[in-house]
Ligand binder design. Structure first.
Ligand code: FE
Ligand code: FE
Ligand code: ZN
Length: 276
């Protein structure tokens, strides 16, 4: 059974996302915890959250992914920017307990010139302030394309963050195929990439995959997603990703430039390419 879904709009609430996912053949999905550019989150409707919890259970969904606003920068040189990231992520994690046992993904951040080492220490410091032993959510670092001064372009940089987090039993990794290709990893040699991940980080940490094609060649450090088969990675290689024995049990989430019909078609295509 392939667990696959896509990024959905949360504007109609939790249960609506679950129903939309079902309508396009998905059994997982991702959503932004709040307007990705804004700061204020809608108050949680506990009834709506309960309805989604029930639907996820009844329809045997894989874990779903909440995505932090991509404008946050936990690695910023500016204390106010870091504080804003901390407060937002802390609030998001409290809200995630309405949907216990799922995933919360964020972009580690950009060091904006102060260096990977300093930026990384800020990320670690923030995580050490917000993670709690009681939380049921697993917090994921996303693999990044290395655009500008993004931290998390290499497995090594992600491993360094995990090592610094005290509560790192609450931490995992979300692997984005567009980002790692843009970051320089060669997905046509998937066994090597996975062996490298296992050596640096450990495969047990891998909790989700963002399945995207890329508009740019390997190593371009750009981060522009393409539809499946419409980019430089290609359908054949992405099919090896969903079928790899080390990955095939994971939730796969499309973040391709698509409307719902396009997502439904990609989900159908990928289910057809899954060998079980
Ligand atoms: Fe992301
Ligand atoms: Fe992504
Ligand atoms: Zn991206």
């Amino acid at each position: 059974m392939l667990h696959i879904g896509c990024h959905l709009s949360s504007s109609d609430g939790f249960e609506a996302m679950g129903k939309t996912a079902l309508s396009i053949g998905a059994d997982t999905f991702q959503f932004f915890t709040r307007n990705p550019r804004g700061s204020k989150a809608k108050a949680i409707d506990p009834q709506d959250a309960a309805s989604l919890r029930q639907l996820l259970q009844e329809k045997h969904f894989a874990p779903i992914i909440a995505h932090a606003p991509y404008t946050l920068n936990p690695a910023s040189a500016d204390p106010k920017t870091r504080e804003f990231a901390r407060l937002t992520m802390q609030d998001d994690l409290q809200r995630m307990e309405y949907l216990p046992g799922n995933l919360y993904n964020f972009h580690p951040g950009s060091h904006v010139g102060q260096g990977v080492e300093t930026g990384t220490q800020f990320i670690i410091g923030l995580l050490n302030e917000i993670l709690t032993p009681a939380q049921t959510t697993t917090v994921l670092l996303e693999t990044m394309a290395g655009k500008g001064s993004e931290i998390g372009r290499t497995f090594d940089e992600l491993k360094y963050i995990l090592d610094g987090v005290k509560q790192n039993d609450k931490m995992g990794i979300c692997l984005d195929t567009c980002h790692i290709s843009d970051g320089g990893y060669d997905l046509t040699r998937l066994d090597d990439v996975i062996a490298e991940f296992d050596k640096q980080i450990g495969l047990a940490r891998l909790k989700a995959v963002h399945l995207n094609d890329s508009l740019n060649p390997r190593g371009a450090h750009k981060d522009r997603h393409a539809v499946i088969g419409g980019g430089t990675i290609g359908t054949e290689t992405l099919a090896t990703v969903i079928n790899h024995p080390a990955l095939k049990h994971l939730p796969f989430c499309l973040e391709t430039p698509n409307d719902l019909d396009g997502y439904a078609q990609e989900i159908k295509l990928l289910r057809g390419l899954f060998r079980g």
